[in-house]
Every structure is written in C-alpha cells, then in structure tokens.
Design a protein around this ligand. Sequence first.
Ligand SMILES: C[S@@+](CC[C@H](N)C(=O)[O-])C[C@H]1O[C@@H](n2cnc3c(N)ncnc32)[C@H](O)[C@@H]1O
Length: 358
Amino acid sequence: MGALQSMTTTLEVPLGPSEAFEAVLAELEDGLSRGGSTLRTGAQGGVVQRGEVVAKVTAWEPGRRLILEWRPATWKADEQVNVELRFDAISDGTRITFEVRGWGGVFSEDVEDLAGWFGSGLLAPLFYAISPDGLGNWLTDRRVRRPTGPRARAIYADPIFHWPNFLLILDRISLKADDNLLEVGCGGGAFMRKALESGGRATAVDHSPEMVRLTIEQNRMAVAHGVLTVLEAEADRLPVADETFTCAVMTGVIGFLPDPVGALKEIRRALQPGGRIAVFGGTAALKGTPAAPEPFASRIRFFEKAEFEQIGHQAGFVDVQVDEPDLEGYARTAKVPEEAIELFQGGGGALLLTGRKA
Ligand SMILES: C[S@@+](CC[C@H](N)C(=O)[O-])C[C@H]1O[C@@H](n2cnc3c(N)ncnc32)[C@H](O)[C@@H]1O
C-alpha cells in the first residue's frame, strides 16, 4: 500500500501511427523546452533537465513506441520508473497510450504526500488543461498569440485575410529604399516579404520561435543578403539599439499585449527622430466575427478609437492619427474570396494608428 503502481492515459486520433508519433513527439519536444527541459530524440536520447539527465531512451521505435528509463527523484539514487509511449494502429487511426510503471517507491515514506501529489501535482494541471480557461488559452496561444503547429505555419505563411491590412499599411507608410523598417509580431513574415520589395532594410521580431523560423524561410534571400534580420523577442523588450529604424509596423498584435503603451514606448526608443509608426488593431465590432472568433475574442483587447489615439500619445508619439479605414478595395486587390469581401466593407472594426517620433 501507499504506492501508485502505474498511471495510464490513452487518446485515439484519426492519424496513422507514424504521423501520430511524429506529431506527438514534435509537440512534446516543444512543450518540454518551454518548461526548461530538453527531449533528445533517437535511440541514444533522453530527457535533460537543468543539465541533468533525468531519463534515458531504452527503446526508440518510430511510429510504434518509445520507452524511457526515468529517474523522477535524482536525489534518490535507486528510484527508477519505466515510461512508455505507445502508438497502436486501430481501425480508424491510432491509439496513443502513455504509461508510467513502477512509481511505487517515490512516496513510500509518506502516503499523504502521494495523495497530495496526485491531486495537486498531476490532476490539477490535467483538470486545468481540459477546462475552458486552459483549453481557451492553449488554443489562443497556438493559433494567434504565439502561433505553433502545422496549421499555424500554413496560415501565417500567406494569411489571405490579413493582406488587406498589409496593403493598407504599405500604402500609408510609403516605404523607400533608404528606409530601415522594424516589424513587431511579424507572424510568418508575409507582410515583410511584401515590404522588402521597396528595396530597404528591415528587422522582424516575434516571440514565437516557430514564427521566427517561418519568417526566415519565407524571406530566405533577404536574410542571406543581410537585408533582413529576424529576432525572437518580446514586444516590450526589443533587442535592438536606440534610434535604429526609420519606420515601425505592428499589425494584429496590440490586442495581445498586456502593456500596449509600454510596447509602443519600446518601439519609439528604437525609432530614429522623425521615424514613423503604423499600428493596426481593432474595435469591439470585430468580437465574435471571423476576424476574432471565440475563444480568442475574449482574450484579445479591443480598443475604442479615442483610446487607441490616447495610447499613441501616451507612448510619446506626435502627429498621432487614428482611422477606421474601409478595407474593401484592399481586400479586392488582395483577391480575398468574394464571399468574404463584406467582412472588409465599411470600417468593420479596423483601426489604424499612424504617428511619428518627434
Ligand atoms: C495574430 S498574429 C499576427 C501576425 C502578423 N502580424 C500578421 O498579421 O499576419 C500575432 C503575432 O504576434 C506575435 N506576438 C504576440 N504577442 C507578442 C509579444 N508580446 N511579443 C512579440 N510577439 C508577439 C505572435 O507570436 C504572432 O506571431
């Protein structure tokens, strides 16, 4: 008694075992790295946490299973458990099984701790993951706030519904070959690809490592020629020198920022005197539309026109102007499908702030 002998979780997915294996392993690697651990794949692989090997691969059979010899308590030399991740073909997909065996000794001296760890250490994160908050936040991060995964990569490589905003911004900022552009929250680098047609230089920043990689892929020649630098960073801590850029753009990002004024101040710091800024955001009219459906809508901040203008002033910009632009013409130029054109007619909730650093 007093020992949890095994834990098992299963999930059935409509993917073949090889596809499921690859997808789960890629996400596991990514998720662990966000928590500060490294998953080393392959037969010699394992899991490393703060420089210490906590698990060693003992079976590596891609598309079938992965077994790890796991040391949950490196401070107790002989504690060792067996962790298996199995991918079994079923009639319409794959059953993925996660099993931990031999958890027995870890809490052998304190059964209350065993129950405590099971409740708060294991079940609470699981309950959160399947709750509206946990799921809503996960989906918002994955799709829009810090995009990751194959679907996000496909969308942000060429975000058809963002092209009207991109074309509007490019019209307003009139880039020239002697401009040095900063884009914050560059997503997959589609706006940047178009902006670089002006012949200028640029730096693109995003806090999603996958979006940084995609922006590099999408602008390979510009990066190779030193015309474009792509950086992984937070909007309010840009790793760039003061007074570097002549122009800055942020589109579809400001609603996710906890401190929009702070982020705009940071952009202002990076701009040369006279440098211009364009920020595209939205009003609450977008809430619940295809541009901002749930669960994202309740996690995005929307602005009133006057509030948006005030943010520009508070960040220290001059000549601040906020428009509610009609995007229909830009949507037609961008070849947005006819049935979606009405979303761009009239103001529709779009807000464009322009200004400059004195
Ligand atoms: C909705 S996407 C828009 C991407 C691109 N601008 C576009 O319009 O297609 C929001 C982007 O902002 C990035 N982002 C959100 N918050 C950020 C932050 N605090 N710092 C840097 N990037 C951020 C996300 O990773 C994501 O790539």
